[in-house]
Ligand binder design. Structure first.
Ligand SMILES: C[S@@+](CC[C@H](N)C(=O)[O-])C[C@H]1O[C@@H](n2cnc3c(N)ncnc32)[C@H](O)[C@@H]1O
Length: 230
């Protein structure tokens, strides 16, 4: 195994001739059954839409640019909406070892596993709340460098707007995973994704990526929050 590149903690490994994305945890313990190689956690693109986006960027030759757009550093703060049991949130936590991941999740079942994950990590703040009501977690939050949203919900753009408006620093990044079938099961998924992108407010869209072959009918939107007009 060889580390080909280290892009702000997003590692590109050469694993038996194949390029794989990985992160470096403080403690090398698997979270969702992922492989650990020489203390590094292999990030599975079939299990995580963010890993799918990273792999697609890598294959397209644009990984360094994408990582620059994310603008993460070890001390960054991330608001993660829809953390579920922590599969992707655990890798994001590896990327910000001196920062914090505010992990919002509504399902009590998922939260149970997420709390287990938090016991072994000191930089995830679990928040049992509805991301549609960001005012409810205001006492727990600081302005963040990245809003990452992965919710199977009808009003995905509206939820992103509410959270970006309130918590994302100007110039900060939004990564929005759009599940077209959650918005409208009957419409053309591509048109649904376009409609959600058009509904985003206060951001400049940097890229929209179809996550096939890893995830069907899912699009990843990367956007940057506009600086406030004086
Ligand atoms: C697709 S899963 C997230 C998977 C996760 N991001 C990962 O990659 O490991 C979507 C999650 O969003 C949660 N969710 C849906 N609506 C929500 C809301 N309004 N507020 C908070 N969480 C919500 C669901 O309970 C579910 O766990």
């Amino acid at each position: 195994m060889m580390v080909r590149e280290d892009l702000s903690g997003i590692l590109v490994l050469d694993l038996f001739g194949e390029a794989r994305i990985a992160t470096r945890p403080k403690v090398p313990v698997p979270v969702y059954g992922e492989r650990i190689v020489d203390g590094l956690r292999i990030w599975d693109p079939h299990r995580s839409k963010l890993a799918a986006l990273l792999n697609k960027s890598l294959l397209a030759g644009g990984l360094a640019g994408f990582v620059r757009d994310l603008n993460l550093s070890p001390g960054s703060a991330v608001l993660y909406l829809g953390a579920a049991t922590g599969t992707t949130a655990s890798h994001v936590s590896d990327l910000v070892p001196d920062g914090l991941v505010y992990a919002v999740e509504l399902s009590p079942r998922a939260i149970r596993d997420l709390l287990g994950l938090c016991q072994g990590r000191d930089n995830i703040v679990p928040i049992i709340e509805d991301a549609f009501h960001p005012e409810r977690y205001a006492p727990l939050l600081e302005p963040v460098d990245l809003v990452y949203q992965d919710l199977a919900q009808r009003n995905q753009a509206e939820i992103a707007n509410l959270n970006v408006g309130r918590y994302l620093k100007p110039g900060g990044a939004l990564v929005l995973m759009i599940k077209a079938r959650s918005v409208d099961v009957t419409a053309d998924p591509k048109e649904v994704a376009k409609g959600e992108v058009a509904r985003l407010e206060g951001v400049e869209v940097v890229s929209v990526t179809d996550l096939r072959p890893y995830h069907q009918d899912h699009w990843a939107v990367v956007a940057r929050k506009r600086s406030e007009v004086p």
